[in-house]
Design a protein around this ligand. Structure first.
Ligand SMILES: Nc1ncnc2c1ncn2[C@@H]1O[C@H](COP(=O)(O)OP(=O)(O)O)[C@@H](O)[C@H]1O
Ligand SMILES: [Mg+2]
Length: 399
């Protein structure tokens, strides 16, 4: 038996039957070449969890490690192939982009549809529809079919609905990966409110710093196997250790490089270590070099270039004027930023660059380029920055 907001799994697993090597053409199939074979892939296996009411629980792991499959079992979308699962109370979920939407229906109609799935009465939606649409910032699009929506708009609507159905358990899969920064910040603050109100949250992300910020405990999956379970910092340390050992590509903040068209474009960007090696993974305290190239379509005079550094949730950690820029039409200009010591402790980061004309006109607004990760195996420090210093006990005074 479970109480409201509680999640219990025992030996939970799900497999998929994969068919490989089938005939590739009609001729092959007539000649019975390319014999078809099937094999079972365990996407998730052997997961034992006890998530308590009010807990915020993170699931981390590489792409393909089974995070989404596990969450879909918790959401009741996939039935488990083996093991047991019990959840107390109403479950709200925001899984893959667009899941649960009917593309021909309008945004508003989809709110009703989604609410009905969760057993929310129509009268409640009538009363809250404007609020939901406003939260999703979709006022102008509420009566357009959602097939015309961008992925960010889908996510905003999905998030607005899931937060308004008052779930006891909320399941979020990579929600912070899409949508603009302002909305992500709004999501995070809403998630904090939900946590504060005592809701249970299961949060899936390949982004360790978001998990670190939100979760009390976490599970690390590796090829479907639970390999670490416990306090978030311990689990993330193991995640980083494995990632560093695999030497695989970094967890990138966003491969999305949002760039508005303008008279100045961003060209190639690279990040490199003090050894000059171009890479995206750094160890805390290393020396670091960023190289960027800007390309001018038209003449630029007395413009100002500001470079920003953000963490994975989009929070601006630093923004500073880098240079005054003068460019001839067609000119490509390289800039280099050298940091003798990365001031970051651990997490995923990216840069932004804006170039502004003296009259304030934006010439370039490039965001989330040159993503890189910083690793630390240090268990004493938590958070994105290393504060340094030490706490000294002062002499006791009695009053
Ligand atoms: N519907 C499906 N059919 C077949 N294989 C699937 C299906 N969904 C997921 N998988 C496989 O299960 C494994 C885990 O996938 P997934 O749960 O999406 O991982 P993650 O969310 O951690 O990236 C992957 O190897 C994936 O290819
Ligand atoms: Mg996934």
């Amino acid at each position: 038996m479970t109480v409201v907001g509680e999640i219990i799994t025992e030996g939970l697993g799900r497999h998929f039957r994969l068919t490989t090597g089938g005939p590739r053409s009609l001729k092959e199939s007539l000649l019975r070449r390319g014999r078809r074979t099937t094999r079972d892939l365990w996407a998730v296996r052997g997961v034992d969890l006890h998530i308590r009411p009010g807990e915020t629980f993170g699931i981390v792991g590489h792409n393909g490690s089974g995070k989404s499959t596990l969450l879909k079992m918790l959401a009741g979308i996939f039935s488990p192939s083996e093991g047991r699962l019990a959840i107390g109370g109403r479950v709200g979920s925001l899984l893959e982009v667009g899941a649960g939407f009917h593309i021909e229906f309008t945004g508003a109609e989809n709110v009703y549809l989604n609410a009905a799935i969760y057993g929310i009465p129509r009268a409640y939606v009538d009363e809250h529809l404007d609020e939901i649409i406003a939260f999703a910032e979709l006022e102008e699009f509420a009566h357009m079919p959602v097939k015309t929506y961008s992925s960010g708009m889908y996510t905003r609507l999905g998030f607005a609905v899931s937060m308004h159905i008052n779930p006891d358990v909320l399941l979020l899969d990579e929600v912070l990966a899409v949508g603009d920064e302002a909305f992500q910040r709004k999501c995070i603050s809403r998630i904090f409110d939900y946590q504060a109100s005592g809701g249970t949250l299961v949060f899936v992300s390949h982004d360790a710093s978001a998990v670190e910020r939100l979760c009390d405990r976490a599970l690390l999956l590796d090829r479907g196997q639970p390999v670490a379970l416990g306090a978030t910092t311990d689990v993330l340390r193991e995640y980083h250790r494995r990632m560093a050992a695999h030497g695989s590509a970094a967890v990138t903040v966003a491969d999305v490089q949002a760039e508005r068209a303008g008279p100045v474009r961003l060209g190639a960007t690279t990040t490199a270590g003090g050894d000059g090696e171009v890479r995206q993974r750094f160890v805390e305290g290393e020396s670091f070099t960023l190289e960027i190239e800007v390309i001018a379509a038209a003449e630029v005079r007395d413009a100002t270039a500001r470079l920003g550094l953000r963490d994975a949730s989009g929070l601006v950690l630093a923004r500073q004027v880098l240079a005054n820029v003068d460019l001839e039409p067609g000119e490509r200009r390289q800039f280099q930023l050298d940091l003798p010591m990365l001031p970051l402790h651990s997490g995923d980061f990216s840069f932004s660059l804006d170039v502004t004309a003296p009259n304030g006109e934006p010439l370039l607004a490039a965001e989330r380029f040159a993503p890189f990760s910083v690793y630390s195996l240090d268990g004493v420090v938590d958070g994105v920055l290393r504060l340094g210093g030490a706490l000294q006990a002062k002499t006791a005074s009695t009053t």
